[in-house]
Design a protein around this ligand. Structure first.
Ligand code: GTB
Length: 223
């Protein structure tokens, strides 16, 4: 595995992101976490072909992005990478064992409770459109998402963040909710829409978003 600079972590991202610069690929939460904690990072762009080749598979067993390399440490899974960044810098986890555990719980809730029905909906949307069951299945999947959003909305209520302060839990929850785009599902929950907008207003989010958009617009990272 090529080491660009052992002191500055290097992540991988799509050379050509299918999201067309919307910041929906999973390098985005990693970039956002780096920006929140003020850690510079490098990006190595990979094509779909390179992702499936042995060099990349050494870092990522499933041939995907993102990966994280820092010295001899190589990580994959955006959640694990974001958590690692949060644990090794201040700014994304509160002080206190219990408060930290609650923030991490929200991160897991984002990835393992909120995201799965959203992914089912997305994947059905582009893989099963021609199937006979498509029109019947989509509202069922939509209901499953809304059942989760309903509870999340109730829990957030009028608060700015899921716990007392912005944390890695909010970073991941907002990342996941962004996958709904400006869909009618999110619009049904004004407090969740405002929550996502609040996250997107953070200067760190804006820097991360601009960096991935620059790649979509043809800029290439410099070593
Ligand atoms: N669980 C892993 C993680 O969280 O890191 C999942 C990683 C993953 O899904 N990576 C995707 C990938 O490498 C890119 S982000 N796909 C290539 C492959 O599997 O061959 C998922 C993604 C892709 C596209 C959009 N989009 O176009 O909006 C959004 C999200």
């Amino acid at each position: 595995m090529q080491k660009l600079n052992p002191d500055i972590p290097t992540i991988t991202a799509f050379e050509n992101s299918p999201d067309r610069g919307k910041g929906l690929a999973r390098d985005m939460p990693v970039r956002w976490a780096f920006e929140e904690v003020g850690q510079p990072y490098k990006v190595r762009l990979v094509s779909f072909k390179e992702m499936k080749e042995s060099v990349h598979l050494t870092a990522h067993p499933f041939g995907q992005i993102p990966t994280y390399e820092e010295g001899d440490l190589v990580l994959f899974e955006s959640g694990a990478i974001v958590l690692y960044i949060a644990q090794h810098h201040s700014g994304l986890l509160p002080n206190g064992t219990e408060a930290r555990a609650r923030a991490i719980t929200w991160m897991f809730a984002a990835l393992s409770t909120i995201e799965p029905p959203i992914l089912d909906y997305e994947i059905t949307g582009y893989m099963e459109r021609e199937k006979a069951w498509y029109t019947e299945r989509m509202p069922i999947l939509e209901d499953r998402i809304c059942a989760r959003l309903d509870k999340l909305s109730g829990r957030l209520a009028n608060a700015d963040w899921l716990e007392d302060q912005f944390s890695v839990g909010d970073l991941m929850m907002i990342t996941v909710l962004r996958r709904l785009g400006r869909s009618d599902m999110l619009k049904k929950y004004p407090n969740l829409s405002a929550y996502v907008a609040r996250g997107e207003e953070r200067p760190a989010f804006k820097r991360a978003f601009a960096a991935q958009l620059a790649i979509f617009n043809g800029e290439r990272p410099v070593d």
